[in-house]
Design a protein around this ligand. Structure first.
Ligand code: AMP
Length: 255
């Protein structure tokens, strides 16, 4: 496994990958967990070469404290990547991904960007799409894997790839969950023991709730969660909830 930190070094390596070798790509912000591992395993199965990126993208954070507190576990991430058989880990510095100005921004005007996360986190999807476009151009994969955990993000990236003729297939991967039903997330590591117990209860409520939003909201709030939204869109239920200072999101298809 090779760890690459500069754009130049990666571009040099990319040129030397055999043209008949397919490249699979998994973009992450690190603090890897079994959700990320499932994307990497799928890429390993479907491609000759798997590239993992670890980059905490500053432009997609709309709260400075969220960025400052984002968990970093580089040594463990690299050990897991190695164990999973990742070929290349691309770990650029922010100054490498954003040299000089960041004035040409991909702006998501799609209706999927105008609701839920798009409303609660202004500018978030513009930051996500801008960095994913940079990464897809640099890595130049045949297939890129994204989790349904961030469902709006997946839809928007898929649309960007279609609308900008990116020669890359965008593949959705199912949400990996804890036994309680809690969607795995790097931010779960920031929960205190008490908050984690609360998050587990919320996940169970969300999994078992039917489409009655006010009853579900009441149940979530009675175990200590603060609901930001609970909504059904395109036959899928979406939840954003604060547990203490940690913001968690989830979604499930309507039954
Ligand atoms: P992140 O590091 O949070 O930016 O996530 C990197 C990728 O992993 C994104 O495509 C996420 O949707 C995906 N991902 C994160 N958590 C999970 C999960 N629990 N199950 C499946 N995919 C996930």
């Amino acid at each position: 496994m090779k760890v690459i930190k500069t754009i130049k070094a990666w571009q040099q390596l990319r040129k030397n990958i055999e043209p008949n070798h397919t490249v699979g790509f998994v973009a992450t912000m690190g603090c890897l967990h079994p959700g990320h591992a499932s994307l990497i395993e799928r890429s390993k199965k479907e491609n000759n070469i798997t590239v993992l990126s670890i980059f905490v993208n500053p432009t997609q954070f709309n709260e400075q404290t969220d960025l400052d507190n984002y968990p970093v576990t580089t040594a463990a991430d690299l050990a897991l990547a190695q164990k999973l058989g990742v070929d290349y880990v691309f770990m650029p510095e922010p100054s490498a991904m954003y040299p000089g100005e960041h004035t040409i921004v991909i702006q998501a005007k799609d209706e999927m960007a105008m609701m839920l996360e798009g409303v609660k986190r202004p500018g978030h999807f513009d930051g996500v799409l801008s960095v994913v476009l940079k990464l897809l151009i640099l890595i130049s994969p045949d297939k890129a894997y994204f989790g349904e955990k961030d469902y709006q993000q997946y839809i928007l990236i898929k649309k960007m790839a279609e609308q900008y003729f990116l020669p890359c297939e965008i593949i959705p991967c199912a949400i990996i969950r804890e036994a309680s039903g809690l969607a795995m997330s790097s931010r779960n590591t920031l929960l205190s023991k008490k908050e984690r117990a609360c998050a587990d209860k919320i996940a169970t409520i969300f999994a078992n709730s039917l489409d009655d939003e006010s009853t579900t909201q009441h149940a979530i709030e009675s175990v200590g969660g603060q609901v930001e939204y609970l909504a059904v869109v395109n036959n899928r239920r979406f939840l954003a909830v604060r547990v203490g200072s940690i913001r968690l999101i989830d979604n499930r298809p309507c039954s």
